[in-house]
Write a protein that binds this ligand. Structure first.
Ligand SMILES: [Ca+2]
Ligand SMILES: [Ca+2]
Length: 114
């Protein structure tokens, strides 16, 4: 289980207006919400394709015992589940140790890099 919420800024600061919550129960997000997935344990906003819109990268460190990242494409109205993608630890070719690989447990932080 777990979740991540995108809040938007305004002249008065962060506002819940237009906020969007994401979890593995959200249509368009891969997998299913399971106990101890840790969806949202780490989050990062970064413009990966340099189009001026931030992608949301969400860590799911206990997904499928190796851990995964979910990446939502940035759009003018915020991160979109349509066309989102995932990357899991074992698929990267990294050697993951221990009962949980914890891929996606740490990301640089919630920030926007343009
Ligand atoms: Ca899951
Ligand atoms: Ca982008």
């Amino acid at each position: 289980m777990g979740g991540a919420v995108v809040l938007y800024g305004s002249a008065a600061g962060l506002t819940p207006d237009k906020s969007t919550a994401y979890s593995q129960d959200t249509p368009g997000i891969f997998g299913t919400a399971e106990a101890d997935d840790g969806f949202g344990s780490a989050v990062h906003l970064v413009d990966l394709n340099k189009d001026g819109k931030a992608e949301a990268v969400v860590g799911i460190p206990s997904e499928n015992n190796d851990g995964c990242l979910w990446i939502a494409r940035g759009t003018p109205s915020g991160p979109a589940t349509t066309g989102s993608s995932s990357l899991c630890g074992a698929a990267t070719g990294l050697t993951l140790r221990g009962p949980h690989g914890l891929f996606g447990a740490a990301l640089p932080g919630a920030q926007v890099n343009f």
